[in-house]
Structures are given as C-alpha cells and as structure tokens.
Design a protein around this ligand. Structure first.
Ligand code: NAD
Length: 499
C-alpha cells in the first residue's frame, strides 16, 4: 500500500503522528493509499520553518516572484496528463473534467504573473508643503489554505498562487481524500524555483486544522468546503485575530422562463446538474421552471437526455459523462437523501438507485436521479446533496421563482434561462446571490474577476482570486514623509490638516 507524505522544507516528508486516513480509488472501491494526518507539533514545526523562509521571499522583487509563477505554468502544462490521471484516480472525475479542474487553477496562476502590476501602491505627490504620502502593499507573513476534495488542483492553486505571488509563505492543508495532486503541485513549484520552506503541504484532518487556527504565526486563513466547517473556521480563526475568508456549500437554482429555448435549457441542466456527479459547488441542483407548461416541457426534454448519460470510470475514455462519488460514505448519504425525497412526497421521475456497472460493482457509482414536484420544505431541497440528483421546484410566476432562489439560505450561483433581456436584467439586479448566469448554467468567473458566494456560501469580506486575492494576502502600510528644506520648526501639538 502506497504511503503518502507531507511536503516540508522543499521535499516529501513522512508523517510522524502514526495516524493515517484511507485514500480510495472511487471507481474500484479499493483503498489505494494512506495519507498521514499531521499532529499539532508537526504543523507548528512546518509553520516555524515557513516563518524563517518568508522574509527573504517577501523581499524578492515581485517580478522575480512572478517568474516563478511563469515557470510553474509551463511545468503544469508539461505534466498535464500525469496530473489529470492522478486527480481522476483519487477523485473519480473524468479525465477531461480533471483537466478542466487543473486548467481553471492554472488560469489563476497566469493572473498572478501580473503581481508586479497588482502590487503597485498609491502615491500622492505634495500632499502638503514638502510632504509626500504613499501606500504600499506588504505580504502578511505566513498564511494558510484549507481546501476541499472536489477540486483538488484548482482550489489549492486559487489559494497558493496569489498568496505566494504577494510574497507570503503558504501552508496548504489539502483534503485528505485526494492529496496526491497538491503534493505534485508543490514539487512543480519547487522545480519552478520557489525557495524551500516557502510552501509547506501539511496533510491532515481536524487536528491539523485546529492547529492552524490556533497558531499565532499564521496571519490569515483561506478556506473552501462545506458550510458548517466554513462557519466553524471563520469564527475560531477570527476569534484568534486572523484574517479569514471561508467559502461554503451551495444550492444553485436555474430559473427557466416560459420563453426560454427548452432544448438549450435542458442541455444546460443536464451538464450542470450531473457533471462531476454533482460534486461541484456551482452545480445546478434545482430547476425552477415558471408555469406548469414550462415544467412539463422541461421534464419531457430532460428525461431522454438523462437516460442517455454514460456513467463510468475515468479509464473508459472521454465519452464518459461522469464518474463515481468520492467515498462510500458520500454514496450512502446521497442514497439516503433520495429515499427521504421519496418518503416526503417528491415525484421520482428518473431513478438511479439500482445503477450497476459490470466489473465495477464495488465502485461508488450512483445513477442519475430526477425529482419533480419538490417543495422547499423537503430535505432534498434544503440540504446540499452533492450527488447526481436534480430537483424540479415548480413556480407559478417569475416573482415566485425569484423568491425561491432568494429565500434559500445559500447564495453561491444562480442562473436564469430566458430570451427576454428585461427579465434577465431585473433578475441579475435583484437576486441575492454572488454569481449569476444569464443563459449560462455554471457562471464561474474567470481568473481576473473574483469568485465568491453570498449568504451561507461565503464568510468574510473579500472574494477569491482576481484583484480581491491580492488584497486578502497583503496589508496596506501608508507612509507620510517630509524632507524639510533646512529650517527646523518646533513641535506641533494639534492634529494637522494638510495646507
Ligand atoms: P469539508 O467541509 O468536509 O472539508 C473541507 C476541508 O475542511 C478539508 O480540508 C477537511 O479536511 C477539513 N475539515 C473537514 N471536517 C473538519 C472539521 N470538523 N474541522 C476542521 N476541518 C475540517 O468539504 P468537502 O466535502 O471536502 O468539500 C465539499 C464541500 O465544499 C461542499 O459543501 C461544496 O459546496 C463546498 N465547496 C465550496 C466551494 C466554494 O467556492 N464555495 C468550492 C468547492 C467546494
């Protein structure tokens, strides 16, 4: 059995705690590796080493730091196939989807090559007689990122690239379910020229997360994962005086207006609902057609498309639509939520419970499910299912549909499908959700915009990537400077306004 490691001081380091977690191959149902779960002492040592390495890295000029990012981009492209294979093997997603996961991370690294421009400060010449004022952005020191299983390449890159480009040292605590790609990325960064100790990958579970939150040297924590853990990390991190941003779970709606192109809407729903087996924070899990006629038409279009979906292991080629869930527990949870939907009176239009794949009977596959006549009181509506289950909530009018999305406690993404510009514009302005798609089902902003949800999908005041990430990972220092022209004056005892 393969034993994975941490990445500390520029090399792979075996775990010392004696505690391990299983890493599955979700397609076969076998445990393929063990990942060490670090202790508080291991974390504290990794932070102390990072704190030693950071001042030199922070003093390296931004252009040189950006060059490390440039080389990192080249190396990721060089190793794309290898990274995608490792990602699919541990996560279960298809190879094209694994490459998308890497690509969306890579694009943030590309954005970070602009660090010299993004870190430029502000300057006011002659703010007063002989007085100049300037603000600079300085790194925080040692910062940390705690990331989820569902994007094991993209989200670690969203966290570490801006943090490192800003001159910080970074502690990455990836998901214990698929830790191989983050370790490979750390090696590539080192090959790209990142000095030893500036990036430490410390694997683990709650014990190491708590150690990060309580470590006084760690100045900021960026988290992505489920909402209960996001709330916990946000409150404990803030209570310890850290800068914290946490991105949580989601329940994303797609409003389908009667004037929408139904084929386009059905295609979008199938891709956004079942892609990656529904294990995406931007997956559409609720369709909200306006009017019964629209709802019936949508079901008619959806059913044949769903029945055609090809579910299988990533090794079966590029025409597989989605793979298994990540763990046996995830499969069990999804199936029990499906049962609750049936028990609470939703209409199961497509039943994926008895899905079986010859040769992969032990894999964590779940067939696609479609529920109609779901109400907002049901558990399948209230909970984030994170599986291949699409629910249809029928709305009587546009205002009703808008209210469904607005009353939901999550606010990550939402989409509207319509041919009417006025409706689309009204929706985008009024809905209380962070990322909106107009005839676009998964509106994930590109690297140079920012990504973040509202309500229980996001905690903290800055988003991920884009310019916000450069704000999050730096702090502002403002200098007021005067070079007297020779005459010394006495002290002043009033709060001076600039003349
Ligand atoms: P998770 O919350 O179980 O785990 C996320 C991280 O927190 C992991 O590194 C894990 O080790 C750690 N963790 C787990 N339990 C902990 C505990 N009790 N105390 C401290 N740390 C703990 O999430 P997941 O299952 O890995 O990922 C799926 C979730 O992430 C979904 O809810 C999904 O919507 C969300 N997600 C959100 C975004 C976003 O940007 N909003 C993006 C991707 C995923």
């Amino acid at each position: 059995m393969q034993e994975l490691s941490h990445f500390i001081g520029g090399k792979r380091v075996a775990g010392k705690s004696g505690r391990f977690a299983d890493v599955w191959n979700p397609a076969t149902g076998e445990v393929q590796a063990k990942v060490p779960l670090a202790s508080k002492d291991e974390l504290d040592a990794a932070v102390a080493a990072a704190a030693e390495a950071q001042p030199r890295w922070g003093a390296t000029n931004p252009q040189r730091r950006a060059r490390v990012m440039m080389e990192f981009v080249r190396l990721i492209n060089r190793d794309m196939e290898k990274l995608a294979e490792a990602l699919s093997r541990e996560h279960g997603k298809t190879l094209p989807d694994a490459k998308g996961d890497i690509q969306r991370g890579l694009e943030v690294v590309e954005f970070c090559i602009g660090a010299p421009h993004l870190l430029k400060g502000e300057f006011t010449d002659s703010a007063g007689p002989g007085i100049d004022m300037y603000s600079m952005r300085q790194p925080l020191g040692v910062v940390a990122g705690i990331t989820p299983f569902n994007f094991p390449a993209m989200i670690p890159m969203w966290k570490m690239a801006p943090a490192l480009a800003c001159g910080n040292a970074f502690i990455l605590k990836p998901s214990e379910r698929d830790p191989s790609v983050p370790l490979m990325l750390a090696e590539l960064l080192q090959e790209a020229g990142l000095p030893d100790g500036v990036l430490q990958v410390v694997n683990g579970d709650k014990e190491v997360v708590d150690a990060i939150l309580d470590n006084r040297t760690v100045m900021a924590v960026g988290f992505v994962g489920s909402t209960p853990i996001a709330e916990y990390i946000y409150s404990r991190g803030c209570a310890n005086g850290k800068r914290v941003q946490c991105f949580g779970g989601a329940k994303n709606h797609m409003i389908v207006m009667p004037d929408a192109d139904m084929d386009q809407a059905a295609d979008a729903l199938v891709g956004a609902g079942y892609g990656a087996a529904g294990e995406r924070c931007m997956a559409i899990s609720v369709a909200v057609p306006v009017g019964d006629k629209t709802a019936d038409a949508l079901i008619e279009k959806l059913v044949p498309r769903i029945e055609k979906l090809k579910v299988g292991p990533y090794t079966d080629g590029n025409d597989v639509d989605y793979g298994p869930l990540v763990t046996p527990q995830a499969k069990e949870r999804v199936l029990s939520l499906v049962q609750s939907g049936i028990d609470q009176g939703a209409e199961l239009v497509v039943d994926g419970r008895n899905f079986n794949l010859q040769g992969y009977e032990q894999g964590f596959f779940v067939g696609p499910h479609l529920f109609d006549r779901v109400t907002t009181e049901m558990d399948i509506y209230r909970q984030e299912i994170f599986g291949p289950v699409l629910s249809q909530v029928r709305a009587g009018s546009y205002e009703d549909a808008l209210r469904v999305a607005m009353d939901n406690e999550y606010g990550n993404g939402v989409a509207i499908f319509t041919r009417d510009g006025d409706t689309a514009r009204d929706f985008a302005h009024r809905v209380n959700v962070g990322m909106i798609g107009v005839n676009v089902p998964i509106p994930v902003p590109l690297a140079y915009h920012t990504f973040g949800g509202w309500k229980k999908s996001g905690f903290g005041d800055l988003n991920q990537h884009g310019t916000d990430s450069f704000r999050f990972y730096t702090r502002t220092k403002t200098v007021t400077s005067r070079w007297p022209s020779g005459l010394k004056e006495g002290g002043e005892f009033y709060f001076r306004a600039m003349d």
